[in-house]
Every structure is written in structure tokens, then in C-alpha cells.
Design a binder for this molecule. Structure first.
Ligand code: ZN
Length: 474
């Protein structure tokens, strides 16, 4: 019987966002809570499921799990306490035979840097002989510490990320090869100094589609345990950022090196083909085009302020345009803006439900690319405890558009939020979402989609951001 320790934290930290991510932003669970909350952390669930299917050989030691919506760097004290808890739980049990960890790969701690590098270094210091296998996000930043402290790793193969469970399962399978079948994991990798805007790397489109197909083909060959293209995180100005081609083989270093080299060359050969998968325009133009469409609902992604890629979520560019410059275009159109993060405005509206009120919204954190916007309207619907991060939601009706305001920094990723607020979204002409490429949920209902190249912490035009490190920007 082998013991497998599974646990970790998952966060993508945007260094352009001044918010310090704190305890209230996290969904944390451990022990018995795992059963109830496992569906909120599918990368971890894939790992646990694999070993539970092989109960005769394995005992799973679930540590703790912590997830937050991408945001600014993590509070240093919070991280320290999460890490302490991680080791406290470990020490309560026997020494594990292996660590299989569901990590993002681009989580950052204020004053420390890469969380994964730090955690892995500390695990190795305490458990030098216990191998570590990782399941990672596609946007993982592969650091030297991650390479030197782990036996193997595998990343997501889909963007939008719909294979988190499969990736967890894959990592677990690699651990099984090592532990039970005696495989010797050999890793080949090549780092490339590129950063690609998130919305240029959707895996349903070229060239990612073909590159991913090639990875899968490699994995079907003899001795290849995992082949990944980890893109790094474009909205982090960090020392070890960039793209990494990484292949894990069974005791075949030459093949691991050769395949990693092949993936890297393929990426470089096709780097000029990376482009936006939806029509992309400056924010005002994208809104104008959407407002002129005759089909509905037309989606506009406010991509410069995409909280699922760690932006502030409170940039006011779009609501300012809709309430000033584009007023005439809005006439007769039903418009929904989903949404904005502003706990203070939400509190004020709660005290003045169903009353006409003028108040300042947004622009509190993103002071570089936006400023607070004054809006007049009425709060018409309030929801408590929405989603896994238990955010409050408010629907605020203004003359030109309806606006969803959230109390927590969460993503706008699916119709559940609209349903919770009883919004007739299929009869809405234009739906603006703080998002990049549309999620499968939105794609299914979107009559058309535009990418608004708004400014913000997740600016898709990477050359407009002030990086201090040198990368080739795509
Ligand atoms: Zn990602």
C-alpha cells in the first residue's frame, strides 16, 4: 500500500493588478470538506479519483485545497499560513510515498515571488526522498525550482480550460507509472522567451490546435508519459516567465530532449500565426459594431479587464462609453454589462433598493486605465451567496444599460449568474462581459462575439504594458 499526498493552491497572479489577494478571496477546504467541494477543484479531483479507483494499492492523504479567482499577488502572511497548514496536515500522518500536487504554476506572493517554487523547495527540504509530480495550468511559468524539485509534470491541453480533471488524472497516472510500475521519469524541456496574449492561444484554432494534436500524438508513442506546452502567464512581469515545451519519458532522456526540442521548433516556426480568434477592435469600435448588429445576443468581451486572467474587475472604460459617448447608439437597445467589482457601491445600493440614486462606481483599483464613473439608476435585484466564492450580486438599471455589480472579485463566465438575477439574457441585444475568449457556456448562446481591446491589467495588446523584463511579445 502506497500513500499519496494530494493538495495545494491554485491562483494566477497578475502583477499589473495592485490588489493584494487575501483570505476572503479564497475558497479553502480540507479533510471531510473535500467531498462537498471537490467539484470546485477539478485538477485535484482528477488526481484523487485516479487513486481511489485503485484503492487496493493506494491510500490518499488529502491535505488542503485553496483556490481563488486570478487577481493581484497573494498576501505574504496568508501564504505563510497556508503553507504552514500544508505541512501541519502532512506531519499528522505517515511520510507519503509521493506528492501529486494540483498547482497553477503562476501564483505569486508579495515579496517572495513564485509560490510554486517556494513550496516545492520547502517540501524537498523536509522530504528529500519523496518524489513530486505536478498537474498544472496551461499558463504555468516553469521555473528552475519547479524543474529541479519535481519528477515530472503535465499541463492542461485546452484553452478555454476544460480538461482540468483529465490533467489531474494524467498526472496521477504518471505518478502510478513511477511508484507501481517502476518507471524512471526523465524530463526534457526547452524554454522560449515569448509571451502570448491569452486570447491568441485558443486551442480550437490554429496554430494551437495543431500543436496540441502533435503533443497528443507524442503521448501515444512508446515511453512518452506526458508532453506539454506551458505558455507562461502574459500578464506577469516576472523573471522566469515565458513559454516552455516539456516532455516526460520513461527512462529515455534522449527522446524527452528531442521531443521537447521538436515542440519548441514547431512553436517558433508558427509564432506569427497566433492571432485573435474573434474580431478584435478598440473598445469604442467593438461596442459600435455590436450595437449595430440585428441578431442577439451579441457578446462584447471587455478583454483589458478580464478578472479570470487577474485584472481588477473594476475598470470603467465600457460603462463610461455607454453612458456618455455612445448614448445615441444605445437607444432602443437592451444592453447588459456583466459586470463590475465594487463592494462599496453594492452596499450603498442595498440601502437604497428600488430608489433612484446617483453614485460612483468602479475605478477604485484600476486607477491607471480608468476612473470612477458616476451613474444614475435603480437597484432592482439582489442575490446573496452566489457561486463558490459566495459573492453578492446586484442588478442596477441605468438609462442606457443594466449593470451587474459584485461584492467579490469573481469572473463572469456563465449564464448561472444571469439566471440568479432573473435576467432575460436571450432577449438582450448586447451583453458586455469582463472576459477574453468566450466560455463554452456563452459561446453556445452568442449570436456573435467581439473582442474589445480595452486598456487594463489584462491588455491583449501586450506591447502597451510596461514590462521591465525582456520578452518577445506576441
Ligand atoms: Zn490558464
Amino acid at each position: 500500500m502506497k500513500t499519496v499526498a494530494i493538495g495545494g493552491f491554485f491562483h494566477e497572479s497578475n502583477t499589473f493588478n495592485p490588489i493584494i489577494t487575501g483570505l476572503e478571496d479564497f475558497n479553502i477546504f480540507e479533510g471531510d470538506e473535500y467531498e462537498d467541494k471537490k467539484n470546485s477543484y477539478l485538477l485535484a479531483k482528477g488526481m484523487v479519483d485516479f487513486f481511489e479507483e485503485r484503492k487496493d494499492y493506494y491510500k490518499v492523504l488529502p491535505l488542503f485545497f485553496a483556490r481563488a479567482v486570478p487577481n493581484g499577488e497573494i498576501d505574504r502572511n496568508l501564504y505563510q499560513s497556508l503553507k504552514d497548514r500544508f505541512f501541519e496536515l502532512l506531519e499528522q500522518d505517515e511520510t507519503p510515498d509521493i506528492f501529486v500536487l494540483p498547482l497553477h504554476g503562476s501564483m505569486r506572493i508579495e515579496g517572495i515571488g513564485s509560490a510554486e517554487s517556494d513550496l516545492l523547495k520547502d517540501i524537498k527540504a523536509r522530504y528529500p526522498n519523496v518524489p513530486i509530480v505536478l498537474g498544472l495550468d496551461m499558463h504555468a511559468t516553469i521555473t528552475q525550482s519547479m524543474l529541479s524539485h519535481t519528477a515530472g509534470m503535465v499541463g492542461f491541453k485546452t484553452a478555454p480550460h476544460i480538461d482540468a480533471w483529465e490533467t489531474g488524472y494524467h498526472a496521477a497516472k504518471m505518478a502510478d507509472e513511477l511508484l507501481r510500475k517502476g518507471a524512471k521519469l526523465t524530463v526534457g524541456y526547452e524554454k522560449l522567451p515569448y509571451l502570448i496574449a491569452g486570447e491568441k492561444s485558443e486551442t480550437d484554432f490554429s496554430p494551437m490546435r495543431e500543436i496540441i494534436a502533435r503533443l497528443k500524438e507524442m503521448e501515444e508513442g512508446d515511453d512518452v508519459l506526458a508532453a506539454s506546452l506551458l505558455l507562461g502567464f502574459p500578464w506577469a512581469d516576472t523573471e522566469e516567465n515565458g513559454v516552455t515545451a516539456l516532455v516526460v519519458t520513461n527512462n529515455n532522456q534522449a527522446k524527452a530532449d528531442d521531443y521537447a526540442h521538436q515542440i519548441a521548433r514547431e512553436f517558433e516556426a508558427r509564432k506569427d500565426e497566433f492571432g485573435f480568434s474573434s474580431p478584435a477592435y478598440e473598445a469604442e469600435k467593438a461596442l459600435e459594431l455590436a450595437l449595430n448588429e440585428t441578431v442577439k445576443p451579441v457578446f462584447v468581451s471587455d478583454s483589458g479587464d478580464n478578472p479570470t486572467a487577474g485584472s481588477t474587475g473594476d475598470n470603467t472604460t465600457i460603462i463610461t462609453l455607454l453612458s456618455t459617448d455612445l448614448i445615441d447608439n444605445c437607444k432602443g437597445k437592451k444592453i447588459l454589462v456583466a459586470g463590475i467589482y465594487d463592494p462599496i457601491a453594492l452596499e450603498k445600493l442595498k440601502e437604497n433598493m428600488h430608489q433612484e440614486i446617483e453614485l460612483s462606481i468602479g475605478g477604485v483599483y484600476d486607477t491607471e486605465y480608468s476612473e470612477p464613473c458616476t451613474l444614475k439608476g435603480k437597484a432592482v435585484r439582489h442575490v446573496e451567496n452566489f457561486g463558490i466564492f459566495a459573492s453578492e450580486l446586484m442588478l442596477f438599471e441605468t438609462e442606457n444599460f443594466d449593470l451587474i455589480i459584485t461584492s467579490k472579485h469573481i469572473g463572469f463566465t456563465g449564464v448561472e449568474m444571469f439566471k440568479a438575477l432573473e435576467i432575460d439574457y436571450m432577449n438582450t441585444d448586447v451583453i458586455v462581459v469582463k472576459l477574453g475568449y468566450l466560455t463554452p457556456d456563452f459561446k453556445e448562446i452568442a449570436a456573435r462575439g467581439y473582442l474589445a481591446l480595452s486598456r487594463g491589467c489584462t491588455d491583449e495588446v501586450l506591447s502597451r504594458l510596461n514590462y521591465t523584463h525582456t520578452y518577445n511579445l506576441i
